[in-house]
Design a protein. Structure first.
Length: 133
């Protein structure tokens, strides 16, 4: 059954962490074919993109960053992402974070313009916190 407000009020931090892992991190890791040894910092960026933008747009952002066609969604970028990250972790981070920034700023028009500054802050924090440089 669906969780209730009371369920959320009594949810322990440990249970919340488990749920987050199960419903957000695990699906992204599986579709990108990333093992448990994949660096957590990069995984956090990938999960943030997926949660904020949804799987289809996340695949497009990663495809733009890596120069990859994304007809198969996240599966399309799995191998290119791993290859790029293994060859140049800092450069891959920079490309992915910048593509995320560009995607959000690109949609900050019309009724979405009100979110531009918040999105810029969010993505600039990723751009400025590259743990591999």
């Amino acid at each position: 059954s669906e969780p209730t407000v009371d369920d959320m009020k009594t949810l322990s931090k440990a249970d919340a962490v488990d749920m987050y892992g199960e419903y957000f991190v695990k699906p992204v890791a599986q579709k990108l074919q990333l093992g448990t040894d994949f660096p957590v910092e990069m995984m956090q960026l990938l999960v943030d993109i997926n949660i904020k933008e949804g799987e289809g747009k996340a695949a497009q952002i990663l495809g733009d960053a890596l120069g990859v066609d994304v007809t198969r969604g996240l599966y399309s970028v799995a191998e290119p992402l791993k290859q790029s990250f293994n060859a140049d972790p800092g450069g891959t981070w920079d490309k992915v974070a910048q593509a995320y920034h560009d995607a959000l700023q690109g949609k900050a028009t019309g009724d979405q313009a009100q979110f531009a500054q918040g999105w810029a802050n969010r993505t600039q924090s990723w751009i400025n916190s590259n743990p591999y440089n």
